[in-house]
Design a protein around this ligand. Sequence first.
Ligand code: IPD
Ligand code: CA
Ligand code: CA
Length: 269
Amino acid sequence: MNYTIIAQQVVNLCLGVGKFIRDESGRIQRTDIEEKGLHDLVSYVDRTAEKMLIDELKKMIPDAGFIAEESGTIESAKYRWIIDPLDGTTNFIHKIPLFSISIALQEDGKTVIGVVYEVNQDECFYAWKSGNAYLNGKQIQVSSTNSLSDSLIATGFPYYDFSRLKPYLSFFEYLLKNTRGIRRLGSAAVDLAYVACGRFEAFYEYGLHPWDVAAGAFIVERAGGQCSGFDGSDEVVFGKDILATNTLVHNEIKEKLIEIFKPEVSADV
Ligand code: IPD
Ligand code: CA
Ligand code: CA
């Protein structure tokens, strides 16, 4: 498998499907929206974009499986694509011009290619196994900021799973008081891409799905950054929560996050 060539093909595919999404962003209406779950929106644009992606990805690796947000999972032995055809659907539907396509390829359960295309800025972030990370052909790296007080942080607000809202808000308060500020862009894939290219020092969120993070987390790592779960584990693609940072602030943020999010010990144990 030539990862460089496949990565380039996926980049080109994202540019094409991105054009479809951009064109539809001028036409979409609130009446085109369905609610899949609590506050979880979808439209014909997500579904059509996903079909366009899957049709082409099948040609690249005919026997690969899929984990795709809108059409589900097709298991396969060696390769699988993890796809979010439109990350930032709420932005898209509300005509906030920040949303992306996120595609990862895994080989034997490990990510080997990641592509995140921010449609309206025409910014394509990508990386492949044993290579560097790039933004529109230029190599990118995480920031070299080593202090929390000089850091800009991104997050995603809980919108359907409020089980960890209390620690989420405590951690949020801690970061408000100890960093340059916090941003909520509305696309986890873009948040991760911005960590990879040094615009943010860190991104954290819980209640995520594999298609939100698989590509972006891989790009962060190839750009010299670090990702872990809220319990400090390495499993971020299927782990449902993620902290992604440059390496210099990782431990400081991770320790605070673990301290605040640690499961409460029940009184009768
Ligand atoms: C959402 C976006 C958002 C994040 C949510 C995701 P979607 O994905 O990434 O930033 O906060 O957790 O579900 O639904 O727009 O594909
Ligand atoms: Ca998503
Ligand atoms: Ca989506």
